[in-house]
Design a protein around this ligand. Structure first.
Ligand code: UDX
Length: 433
């Protein structure tokens, strides 16, 4: 099938590439000429495991193309996917100006029936606005259908998530685009859930908010574990074996971050408010997330006593493993809060150091994780990169002026760390945690 994707961010580029991978003929559009130039030259604007090889393979096979022209994209395909950013505004609501601009551009290029599919995360009722806008700006009288097809991929696992989705949600206002949408997704062998447009849009915000709630829930339980001497990992394992609950997203941490959860939670709260419902439960989710960071900072400051002038090594800057993304990263927030207290930082991340440099200054960037601890008063783990489990702990202990390790991601075993001679403080594992 001939498919156009507008926007080559995380969602757009992965979507376009994975559509090409199953044999569709794809053209990706981005208004940023630098990005398109980079992609045409075989470069990658983002780090996402496995994506660069897949882009190269499909470009070479002639199934994946790039352009800066929306007009060309609209002309070439019958189905146009919108995957542009929907950034947050200061009051928590969503800035839909990119969606509006793209809708107008599509409208002004349309000369025959098109299916316009929204993949960006948008507030409920956006589909109605997109349809209205297209009607208004369409030069000729052309038929079209608007479809909502939210994307659930995770950064760091995006290709796998796209190729093997748990489900594909397709929100429609009429039956006309349903078969074409099913044809697009048939190669992925996933259940296709067909709903009305408003429900499809709500599914995305409701799902992400629920996952954020799950993390805040286990983080709240981790506080009880610290107060009572229980172990949050054992509690999570026991809870998670109930198939109604499930083990995923029950890892206590210094809080969730990234470009989705914090933004989607605020947006969902705002949307609810605009519809006349106060979603107090989700406000509590935000509150617990903020408290979790406060508690971790407090744990560090109480242990170190005076923070001013202390030198700390930080392992992890990305908002989670497997990505170079530092947007709304708890690790970056932690660094900045420690800096405000006068702490001197040596930092390392396997992938995110380049991006971190734009937002985190006056720190020493260290390229080898095993050298971070040198001359530091304590070491802190802020991101759950699996490679940190391979850290040379013996060397770290010798390099630190005092063998203190704060683990915001519970990567190590408490007893083993103590045996190695560390004062080891993690999340929700016993009273001394
Ligand atoms: C999320 C959703 O999972 C995805 O479906 C949606 O399309 C986009 O938003 P993403 O932001 O890429 O994906 O990251 P995710 O893996 O969900 O993690 C989000 C944050 O929660 C990270 O900071 C992560 O470290 C944290 N997290 C996750 C926890 O603290 N504990 C957990 O158990 C799981």
């Amino acid at each position: 099938m001939k498919l156009t994707i507008i926007g080559t961010g995380y969602v757009g580029l992965v979507t376009g590439t994975c559509f090409a991978e199953v044999g569709h003929q794809v053209i990706c559009v981005d208004k940023d000429p630098e990005k398109i130039k980079l992609l045409l030259e075989g470069g990658m604007p983002i780090y996402e495991p496995g994506l660069d090889e897949l882009v190269r393979k499909n470009v070479n096979a002639g199934r994946l193309q790039f352009t800066t022209s929306t007009g060309e994209g609209v002309e070439r395909s019958d189905i146009i996917f919108i995957a542009v950013p929907t950034p947050p505004q200061p009051d928590g609501s969503v800035d839909l100006s990119f969606i509006e601009t793209v809708s107008r551009e599509i409208a002004s290029s349309m000369t025959a029936y098109k299916i316009i599919v929204d993949k960006s995360t948008v507030p409920v009722k956006t589909g109605e606005k997109v349809a209205e806008t297209i009607n208004r700006y369409c030069k000729a009288k052309v038929d079209f259908d608007v479809v909502s097809n939210p994307e659930f991929l995770r950064e760091g696992f995006a290709v796998g998530d796209f190729m093997k989705p748990d489900r594909v949600v397709v929100g429609v206002a009429s039956q006309r685009p349903v078969q074409a949408m099913k044809d697009v997704y048939t190669p992925y062998n996933a259940p296709i859930v067909v709903t009305d447009i408003n429900s499809a849009e709500l599914i995305k915000h409701a799902a992400n908010s629920f996952l954020a709630l799950k993390i805040s829930y286990i983080n709240a339980v981790s506080v009880l574990c610290e107060l009572s001497g229980a172990n949050v990992q054992e509690v999570a394992a026991g809870m998670g074996m109930d198939t109604r609950i499930g083990r995923q997203f029950l890892d206590a941490s210094l809080g969730f971050g990234g470009s989705c959860f914090p933004k989607d939670l605020s947006a969902f709260i705002k949307i609810s408010e605009q519809l006349g419902y106060e979603f107090g439960l989700l406000k509590e989710v935000q509150k617990i997330n903020a408290t979790q960071m406060d508690r971790f900072v407090k744990k560090i400051s109480e242990t170190m006593w005076v923070l001013k002038g202390k030198k700390l090594g930080i392992l992890g800057l990305a908002f989670k493993q497997n990505t170079d993304d530092v947007r709304m990263s708890p690790a970056i927030e932690l660094c900045q809060r420690l800096q405000q207290e006068g702490v001197i930082l040596r930092v390392h991340d396997p992938r995110a150091m380049d991006k971190a440099k734009a937002v985190l200054t006056d720190v020493t960037y260290v390229s080898d994780m095993n050298e971070v601890a040198e001359g530091c008063d304590a070491l802190v783990i802020a991101t759950e990169w699996p490679e940190f489990k391979q850290l040379d702990l013996e060397r770290a202990r010798k390099n630190l002026t005092h063998p203190i390790l704060f683990d915001g991601r519970n990567l190590f075993n408490v007893d083993e760390m103590e045996k190695l001679g560390f004062l080891y403080k993690s999340i929700g594992r016993g009273q001394g945690a």
